[in-house]
Ligand binder design. Structure first.
Ligand code: SAM
Length: 233
């Protein structure tokens, strides 16, 4: 049996901090990231306006342009933590509406949002979201899901596209006929095939790159509206 004796109070010791330890000295790029993050107008605005993420403004912008959210709607928020999109959706759908959110990570409660902590790609995660919907069809499926990036571009892109496909499968099953799917993707391999799948499923497909999405990021949002007849299984 493995011994955990070293964890007892008398023997457990953290290694001494040395100035040369890698976590003491921030790399040039992480310092640059931090400086840019702190000075980012959307980060500053989110702090002032009480949003948990700068991402909230991406949904706000797309919603202002495309009029996605309305009182009384049923909305599903895939990849919701820390909760910026859920906050925006919760406010817009109001007390008469429902937001069901899921993330691998925990999320502080958001008023009016039913949150599930689970892997959406697992049967348990999907079932938990379906249970929270309790048979209701959704007006809007949002997916801002993004995998942890490994830095290996080919496999990262494949994982991004796999999450987008799962969001599309879910939307096909759970959207109202006039519902919409807003899904994050990254420009790269698999995008053309994914767009073709969206166009086969929805009457209208639009590409959105909100101003709050950093220009240098390959991220973009695809908005698909109105299920085509026969698109649902
Ligand atoms: N829209 C969020 C907001 O406004 O706060 C930010 C979402 S963040 C960019 C992407 C999220 O997707 C992460 O919190 C991550 O844990 C989640 N995610 C990635 N893969 C997932 C999966 N398989 N199931 C559930 N959540 C997932």
């Amino acid at each position: 049996m493995r011994s955990f004796a070293y964890r007892t109070a008398t023997t457990f010791r953290l290694p001494p901090l040395r100035p040369s330890a890698p976590f003491v000295k921030k790399s040039h790029s992480s310092k640059q990231w931090l400086r840019r993050h702190v000075n980012d107008p959307y980060v500053q605005r989110s702090k002032k306006e009480g949003y948990r993420s700068r991402s909230a403004y991406k949904l706000i912008e797309i919603d202002e342009r495309d009029k996605l959210l309305a009182p009384g709607q049923v909305v599903v928020d895939l990849g919701s933590a820390p909760g910026g999109w859920s906050q925006v959706a919760g406010k817009k759908v109001g007390a008469a509406g429902t937001v069901v959110a899921i993330d691998l990570l925990g999320m502080e409660p958001v008023p009016g949002v039913a949150f599930v902590q689970a892997d959406f790609t697992s049967p348990a995660g999907l079932e938990a979201v379906e249970a929270a919907l309790a048979g209701r069809k959704a007006d809007l499926v949002l997916s801002d899901m993004a995998p942890n990036m490994s830095g290996i571009a080919v496999s990262d892109q494949a994982r991004v596209m796999a999450l987008a496909e799962i969001a599309l499968d879910f939307a096909r099953l759970h959207l109202k006929p006039d519902g919409a799917l807003l899904v994050k993707v990254f420009q790269g391999s698999g995008i053309d095939e994914y767009l073709a799948m969206l166009r086969a499923t929805f009457a209208k497909v639009l590409v959105r790159k909100p101003e709050s999405s950093r220009g240098e990021s390959a991220e973009q949002y695809l908005l698909a509206r109105g299920l085509k007849a026969g698109a649902t299984p």
